[in-house]
Design a binder for this molecule. Structure first.
Ligand SMILES: [Zn+2]
Length: 312
């Protein structure tokens, strides 16, 4: 096993075997590649290009992939994955960066999320392909990665690594990624795991999607610990976290949610806090379609119960 660093600045900490430098992160800023470091490039997550070409943004039934669209896990602007000018420009750019560094590690190689992209060009490409919607998306990503792989490995003769998001089961439905297609095109894979404060609900949502796919038509129940027996009060989830995670699971298709605690009063405490946090309820309203609205309506419905328990 080797140990590496992954940095936003072209600086090498001592005691590591290799160094990966974020030459073009998702914010779209481009920095000169370093000859003795690997280069990390995000392709379709690109705030700068989105600002210059707002019409290139990825489209979906739940709105475009601006980072302000809470229906999706987008933390930056995501471009349509079939935009031909961006694709061509990135191919040349990636090859150039490969030639001037140790090799290229990619991020953001895929469609923004489930339901993307339905721009007129994508609709037309899909219709022309004769493939199912999901298979067409897969082909678009695989074919483009073939071109990128050829530029880095065959032409620049450098190491090539494809980065994917931490979703082993439903990356196909969400992003158009088929790992078996990509395996022969890449030297290694990188799985980008998120920091705790950044997107822990990501994992709850992803596990929900994964189990829904595996269980097929059998309903999925998920239980969340509100307060386990003997739990340290400082280590139990906050009501805010429970609500956010519940909403993320709702939009991913969970059928039922159970709240686990030792005593009913601990659950009532959670209900009181949930009802009181109207600000978070409002924020979560645009986190998804009907299932999310239904969940938030249930929280609203707790108002009466909480009121009557206050009177006792
Ligand atoms: Zn499109």
């Amino acid at each position: 096993m080797k140990l590496g660093t992954y940095t936003f600045l072209p600086e090498k900490a001592e005691g590591f075997d290799f160094h990966l430098y974020r030459v073009k992160p998702e914010v779209g800023r481009r920095m000169p590649p370093q000859p003795d470091m690997y280069s990390n490039i995000a392709i379709f997550g690109d705030n700068v290009t989105a600002r210059n070409h707002p019409d290139w943004i990825s489209q979906s039934p739940l709105g475009p992939a601006w980072r302000t669209n809470n229906n999706f896990n987008v933390r930056w602007e995501v471009l349509c994955a079939t935009q031909p000018e961006h694709r061509a420009e990135q191919l040349d750019y990636i090859e150039d960066v490969a030639r001037h560094s140790q090799g290229v590690w990619l991020n953001s190689i895929h469609f923004a999320e489930h339901g993307h992209c339905i721009c007129p060009r994508c609709k037309q490409l899909h219709a022309k392909s004769g493939l199912s919607w999901l298979e067409w998306r897969r082909k678009e990503i695989t074919d483009y990665m073939k071109l990128v792989s050829e530029r880095v490995r065959d032409r620049a003769k450098k190491k090539f690594v494809i980065g994917v998001l931490p979703d082993p089961v439903t990356s196909y439905e969400r992003f158009g990624i088929n790992f078996d297609d990509l395996a022969p095109l890449t030297d290694e894979f990188l799985v980008v795991m998120f920091s705790k404060n950044y997107a822990t609900p990501w994992y709850f949502e992803t596990l929900t999607r994964n189990f829904k796919k595996i269980f097929k038509d059998v309903p999925l129940n998920i239980s969340l610990y509100v307060f386990g027996p003997g739990d340290n009060p400082h280590e139990v989830p906050t009501p805010m976290e429970l609500m956010t995670v519940s909403v993320r699971m709702a939009r991913a298709g969970v059928d039922n949610i159970l709240y686990l605690a030792e005593k009913a009063s601990q659950i009532t405490d959670f209900q009181k806090a949930a009802v009181a946090n109207t600000e978070l309820q409002e924020t979560l309203r645009d986190y998804g379609g009907k299932p999310v609205q239904e969940y938030l309506d249930r929280i609203k419905g707790w108002e009466k119960i909480v009121d009557s328990s206050n009177q006792l």
